[in-house]
Write a protein that binds this ligand. Structure first.
Ligand SMILES: NC(=O)c1ccc[n+]([C@@H]2O[C@H](COP(=O)([O-])OP(=O)(O)OC[C@H]3O[C@@H](n4cnc5c(N)ncnc54)[C@H](O)[C@@H]3O)[C@@H](O)[C@H]2O)c1
Length: 342
């Protein structure tokens, strides 16, 4: 493949980030088409070479399209993946792949059978600081890892309508942290214990969700990950990681608006963390797009695929079950129902 021709579905918050990255920073790829039922006019406000349609089916069938980026609401991912596979397109899909474990399994194997490359948008794997931490762990910098702690707090609630269709805090938000825990530890989770609260806004509870959660993951060798999620941290987007092992500790601190530290009579002060995912994960979104395109151009495996989607989704289910049942849940209890795997 000389240059990868991409069609993008969904020009919302995340779609715009991928659009800009491909257009401006990935010379081996170009956007040839955009589909979004609620967008009127050209997607970038100027580029008339990009075909624009409100009809996803029309775009997915375009013969010149090599790959599709699915940046639409979660409930539409699976249908678009299926159509992409049937039309022979390689696929990048935002997380989560689907809320159904069975559909996740079916689509992953459909893609494999059809020789379609499928990547999931677990972008935090491609953040330079987290990649460095991963490398240090592999190089033995802190010995055998015993516990990792992930703090992942959003700066504010998304719209309640978004929450209603998101699959809930574990599936929508903590799923990134579940993937991060597997990525750093390099082993599988066998048991999950979670507690959840609705203390930020009653409307979240009325929508059937929680806004605050603590989750403990137990890995196959008995080691732990502890994950602390909140939908609202008043000081900004709080994204921290600590890795503790027999030989030391790695800390990844928040990225701040600037690195000035002001000392005066009132105290010592530095600036707040970056605002949200759009600025905190600028580099990770770009890296993941470059890796997606590189895997297509050079026929390499995708760095986060259907198997990773399934594992993270299973952990999210186990966490939800744990909150509901008030006990820890073994991952083996979260079964893929064979009768639903068509
Ligand atoms: N990786 C990340 O950090 C990250 C961050 C935000 C969102 N997401 C994920 O990305 C997805 C989209 O989230 P968002 O916040 O950008 O949502 P959004 O509501 O801002 O944007 C979704 C866009 O998709 C369009 N759309 C709806 N149905 C469509 C269809 N069938 N075909 C084409 N376009 C369609 C909508 O008009 C809208 O413009 C969600 O699955 C979410 O979980 C991932």
């Amino acid at each position: 493949m000389k240059q990868v021709n991409i069609a993008l579905f969904g020009m919302g918050r995340i779609g715009k980030i991928h659009f800009r990255n491909i257009e401006q920073h990935v010379p081996d790829a170009r956007i040839v088409a955009v589909a979004d039922p609620f967008l009127s006019g050209s997607p970038d406000g100027k580029n008339s070479n990009i075909f624009f349609s409100k009809n996803a089916d029309e775009v997915i069938a375009m013969p010149e399209v090599d790959a599709i980026l699915i940046c639409t609401p979660t409930s539409s991912h699976a249908d678009l993946i299926e159509k992409g596979i049937r039309n022979g397109k390689h696929i990048f899909c935002e997380k989560p792949m689907d809320l159904s474990l069975e559909r996740t399994v079916v689509l992953s194997s459909m893609a494999d059978d059809a020789g379609i490359k499928l990547m999931l948008g677990f972008n935090r794997r491609f953040d330079p600081d987290f990649m460095e931490a991963h490398k240090s762990v592999r190089a033995g910098a802190v010995g055998d890892v015993q516990v990792i702690k992930i703090t992942s707090r959003d700066p504010g609630l998304p719209p309640i309508d978004y929450i209603k269709h998101s699959g809930g805090l574990f599936m929508d938000m903590a799923i990134h942290d579940f993937d991060m825990a597997r990525y750093i530890m390099g082993k599988e989770v066998v048991e999950v214990f979670a507690r959840g609260l609705n203390i930020i806004d009653k409307a979240v509870g009325e929508a059937g969700d929680i806004d605050t959660a603590l989750t403990t993951l137990i890995f196959e060798d008995g080691t732990y990950a502890v994950i602390d999620n909140s939908r609202k941290a008043v000081y900004g987007y709080d994204q921290r990681l600590e890795i503790f092992g027999g030989g030391g500790m790695i800390q990844v601190e928040n990225n701040l608006h600037n690195r000035n530290v002001i000392y005066n009579e009132q105290g010592i002060r530095h600036s707040l963390p970056l605002d949200f995912f759009m600025d905190r994960y600028v580099h990770s979104y770009l890296n993941e797009m470059k890796l997606f395109v590189d895997a297509l151009k050079n026929n390499k495996p995708m760095p986060a695929g259907g198997a990773d989607a399934l594992k993270a989704t299973q952990i999210a289910y186990a966490a939800k079950m744990s909150v509901e049942l008030g006990r820890s849940v073994k991952l083996s209890e979260v079964k893929v129902k064979p009768e639903k795997v068509r």
